[in-house]
Design a protein around this ligand. Structure first.
Ligand SMILES: *Cc1c(COP(=O)(O)O)cnc(C)c1O
Length: 427
């Protein structure tokens, strides 16, 4: 695969490279295991002395081809797929953290990530400090501790649509000798490649735009290969000292730039086993082939929808970084000049009951707990994900009772706007 191909070409061509007479399309290796001629060959694989497949929990050719495609799209050196975005973020951190360690995370992140870092990993002894991503650099530095092992944030936060100042966060991480891990789910590598701005590791919930058709839950971790683990050897003993569970291999010495992903595969996937099925990886690959077309259309449609909503008398506010007066417009112009994503938040003039009446009047936009697929969909946190809360509690959680999360699809934008318009006329 030519490394200097443009990203559109990589969406189609990267990953599966058939040899003479092999399947043109990525085959689904729906097999748990792989056959060898003698036991010595198999032994070398177990010793990580030879490359090859032996058991799908560790590696599978279909999954690896798709991981290689996403790695090419992000401009990284090594990558792996996981069974979900949650597993990707967990592995990305747990690969370099253990009980007694600490991480710093933007407070504007996906709710699942907030729970994972704030509650579940805390039970495992890893503490997390959540920071305001818009805080000045000096204030962010105060969150760093001697046992901090990583800084984490989302390029475009789900659902608050906060755009990350990636360079500020990269500086925060690097001046304290730790990697910056960025969840690039909403921007996708089509609109933003965080490695170009200093991020060291990128994660994805491929469930969203990458799959794009709401068919398969999945995740990915991609390493830029840029973080020098040996230069901070005392902080990352898992990578820089022998792994007794793998015949005393020292990952950073034996695998160089592939050390981080090799460890995550050989150790975490071996022991925790959150693999995607090859069938799901195949579906993800089909989605990736049109990622560049879909993301552009999502953004084009969302821009028009945001402009329509902004001008509507029954709409109180619209949060979309593509709008010139948006708080994050300048950051979006810098880090993602071709567009942000298809997701926005807005509020209507009126109370919770009016919002529900509006939602129920929608015909095209479906009410689903999902975002970022081809179909336009909408969620009203006050009556869905956060419905147990009173209005006061909602405000305290930073969610106004009228907030609606709209994920603009790739239908004809006139139909999407027409649907919103007729539903707004009901209230
Ligand atoms: C959805 C999402 C996740 C979780 O991914 P799953 O595939 O649902 O496990 C993580 N991060 C972001 C930004 C997401 O939108």
């Amino acid at each position: 695969m030519e490394n200097d191909y443009k990203i559109e070409t990589k969406c189609i061509q990267a990953g599966w490279q058939p040899k003479c007479g092999e399947s043109r399309v990525l085959p689904i290796y729906q097999s748990t295991t792989f056959k060898y001629d003698d036991s010595d060959q198999m032994g070398k694989l177990f010793d990580l002395e030879a490359e090859g497949y032996f058991y799908t929990r560790l590696q599978n050719p279909t999954n690896d081809a798709v991981a290689a495609k996403i790695t090419a799209l992000e401009g990284g050196v090594a990558g792996m797929l996981t069974s979900s975005g949650q597993a990707a973020n967990y592995y990305a951190l747990f690969n370099i953290c253990e009980a007694g360690d600490h991480i710093v995370c933007s407070n504007s992140v996906y709710g699942g990530t907030y729970n994972l870092f704030g509650t579940t990993m805390k039970k495992q002894g890893v503490e997390c400090t959540f920071v305001d991503p818009d805080a000045p650099y000096e204030e962010l530095c105060q969150a760093i501790r001697p046992n901090t092992k990583a800084v984490f944030a989302e390029t475009i936060a789900n659902p608050s649509i906060v755009v990350l100042d990636i360079e500020k966060f990269a500086r925060l991480a690097h001046e304290h000798g730790v990697p910056l891990i960025v969840d690039n789910t909403f921007a996708t590598p089509i609109n933003c490649r965080p490695f170009e701005w200093g991020a060291d590791i990128v994660t994805h919930s491929t469930t969203k735009y990458m799959d794009g058709h709401a068919m398969a839950v999945g995740g990915a971790i991609i390493d830029s290969g840029n973080f020098d683990w040996l230069a901070h050897a005392d902080k990352f003993p898992g990578l820089t000292t022998p792994d007794e569970s793998y015949h005393g291999i020292t990952y950073a010495k034996k695998f160089g730039k592939a050390a981080y992903i090799t460890k995550a595969t050989a150790q975490l996937m071996r022991d925790l086993g959150s693999i995607p099925s090859p069938m799901n990886a195949f579906l993800l690959n089909v989605g990736l082939e049109t990622l560049h077309l879909r993301v552009a259309r999502h953004c084009e449609n969302a821009q028009k929808v945001a402009e329509f909503l902004t001008g509507h008398e029954k709409v109180a506010w619209v949060n979309y970084a593509g709008l010139p007066d948006n708080r994050y417009h300048a950051l979006a112009e810098k880090y993602m000049p071709n567009g942000t994503c298809g997701v926005m938040a807005f509020g209507i003039r009126g109370d919770r009951a009016q919002a529900i009446r509006f939602m129920d009047a929608l015909k095209l936009a479906a009410i689903v707990t999902h975002v970022a697929d081809a179909r336009t969909c909408i969620l009203h946190p006050a009556s869905h994900t956060h419905r147990q809360m009173t209005e006061e509690q909602l405000h305290a959680a930073g969610i106004s009772p009228d907030l609606m999360r709209l994920s603009v699809g790739i239908e004809n934008v006139e139909d999407i706007i027409g649907d919103l318009d007729q539903a707004l006329s009901v209230i």
